[in-house]
Design a binder for this molecule. Structure first.
Ligand SMILES: [Zn+2]
Length: 291
């Protein structure tokens, strides 16, 4: 089990820690949809924070995270649940930026430095919970720390990272979230701040072979109580039926137009790359169901 997440408590239950590794899940989409490196890194970071936030949910609850910056990648979206199932998508996987001085992936330039991050939680109540913050940095770790402190009033440190090799394959992808519960002693806060500052980048720790469990222990030492480990899996909800509904919603006129001009329809899921083809006969059937 390489891709998994850990939930833990530390320092006499004053601190909550989540850590995740999602390299295989990210490469599933990276390969299928031919992601460029910095786009892969940006989507991986969103995927990591989303699956950790999913693990804060209960049973049937779900979460959708949207990062809508003014950078060339366009909208990034990920959704997850309480069981480690996650998927992610971006509008333009074919963009790539590096920092000039060190050739590191420039996520900030990919995502953009203004725009909005929205978090939609379906808590199976009448209305979903929606939290929204402006993008303040664009590298995303700091942005989500800001989200937690402003939207959920939980002081948090968030690290997200993806390392990509020359073949455009993620060598590591992961993250951690450290959250302070009310009444965390100042001494613990100071200690944690110092430890987190000294840590190597999360992508480096994972590439060096550390597991999410190792990373949680590295952050909080002997005080850690592991509560749960959950396998992380890329899981798409798409199906031919979903695309059928999409085609029907185009309306009769547009469908008749497709039937006449193309004689078939080829659709691709932007989350997972699965392809669904519709023959002329199928389209005629759908047009009959359409208004
Ligand atoms: Zn799909």
């Amino acid at each position: 089990m390489n891709d998994y997440l850990v939930k833990a408590l530390a320092f006499d239950d004053c601190v909550r820690i989540y850590a995740v590794s999602s390299t295989e899940a990210l490469n599933t989409i990276g390969k299928r949809l031919n992601y460029y490196p910095s786009a892969l890194a940006a989507v991986g970071r969103v995927m990591n924070v989303t699956v950790m936030m999913g693990s804060m949910l209960k049973l049937e609850e779900t979460i959708t995270v949207k990062v809508d910056g003014d950078g060339p990648i366009g909208l990034i979206m990920a959704d997850s649940d309480a069981h480690g199932n996650v998927r992610a998508y971006c509008e333009n996987p074919h963009c790539h930026f590096e920092y000039v001085d060190n050739n590191k992936l420039n996520v900030k330039a990919t995502v953009g430095q203004s725009g909005f991050i929205s978090v939609i939680k379906d808590l199976k109540l009448k209305e979903p919970f929606i939290g929204s913050i402006p993008i303040i940095n664009g590298e995303l770790g700091e942005d989500f720390a800001y989200y937690f402190s402003v939207s959920e009033q939980v002081p948090s440190a968030v690290a997200l990272g993806v390392l990509v090799n020359e073949e455009n394959v993620a060598v590591s992808s992961g993250g951690f979230i450290v959250q302070l519960l009310p009444n965390t002693p100042d001494l613990v806060i100071d200690l944690l701040e110092a430890r987190i500052k000294e840590l190597p980048p999360i992508s480096q720790m994972l590439a060096d072979g550390m597991t999410p469990t190792d990373i949680v222990k590295e952050i909080a030492g002997e005080s850690v109580k592991i509560l749960e480990t959950v396998p992380v899996t890329f899981k798409c909800k798409c199906s031919k039926e979903r695309f059928e509904r999409g085609l029907i919603s185009l309306g009769r006129e547009e469908l008749d137009d497709i039937i006449e001009k193309d004689g078939h329809a080829h659709t691709v899921c932007h989350f997972c790359g699965n392809e669904y083809d519709f023959s002329k006969e199928e389209l005629i059937d759908l047009a009959k169901k359409s208004k």
